[in-house]
Design a protein around this ligand. Sequence first.
Ligand code: OSB
Ligand code: MG
Length: 375
Amino acid sequence: MKVVRLAFLPVKLILKHPFATSHGATTTRWVTIIEVVDQTGYRGYGELEAFDEPTYLPESQITARWVIQSQIVPRLQTADLKCPQDFVELMADLQGNQTAKAAVEMAIWDLFAQHQQMSLAQYLGQFMSLKPQNKIAVGISLGAQADLKVQQQIITRALAKGYQRIKLKLRNSQELSQAAELIRQFPQANFMLDANSCLSFQQLTQLQNLAELPNLLLLEQPFEPTDLVSHAQLQQHLKLDLCLDENIFSLADVKTAVALGSCRAINLKASRVGGFTTALRIVNYCLQQQLKIWCGGMLEGGIGRAASLALASLPVFNYPSDLSASDRYYQADLINEDFILENGQIKVPTQLGLGVSLKPIYLKKIKQQPNLICR
Ligand code: OSB
Ligand code: MG
């Protein structure tokens, strides 16, 4: 496959409700839509998931677009790809910049799946010799709330809608006691806690107490994204499973985490690890090592969420995915389709490739964008 056109379109999405984490409150989020066309005229789409600012990930929308334009495009210019994995080979000497690589790789997987007359879920499944599920169990990740009562109501509503698991975000260590109280108040519901790096060893006793709560599944990313050693020390003293998110950018990172004993679970986001090729390798490794693994999210637009649904459809994950229904994210999304929550599950697209279509306005705009490839 020869890519003859690559274009991109930045789009600003507006969240229905602010999403508060230890990095601040997100009210709007840029994503960049990637369009690739091959020599047969097939079109594939990808979504760049770096955030506006390099706080959760080291990249930003602007740095990642620069990497795509000045580093990825020149490597793709003369290539003839036999399979999506060839793209990863082609980028092998390009360090880091996982979301930039993942955005283009997503569009290339979309193209290959279409050529195979398969949905992306089926196509990913084929590489794993697994049959994808047609719907997936989902949970919801709730932004932090100062007011306990308000958060109680939000949890009640999320459970009434059918979400199979609640993830509470922490902004700081003081919010641990509020989270513990909420988890106690809903003994019938399963919870995860995501600290996005805001904790330290000073909270060790509190965390050991939390570990006694039977409906708390895991604690995600308590410490800094570079500190696998401290995570290993904490895990040694904790019955509760630690789950790593922003620590994991590659299969090598997972291997290091296993060797050190830094966690017992991985939050997998294809975009954070450079795309599906690496994501599948990580899945295989976690299965071998009996490390728990589940699919996370990062407030993706519709293209990115369709891609995440395809990955989450593989019958290998230990917990419901962080993939909410379309109605909870954006005032206006990128795609025509809506992902709807039914019995705590979301249907995986069955059409060819990503199986979703850009809204006419974005389709028209991206077609007007300059082609970065010149063959
Ligand atoms: O840490 O898992 C995270 C969103 C943006 C960035 C990081 C994270 C998250 C979420 C929300 O927790 C998951 C989602 O619903 O997309
Ligand atoms: Mg997280």
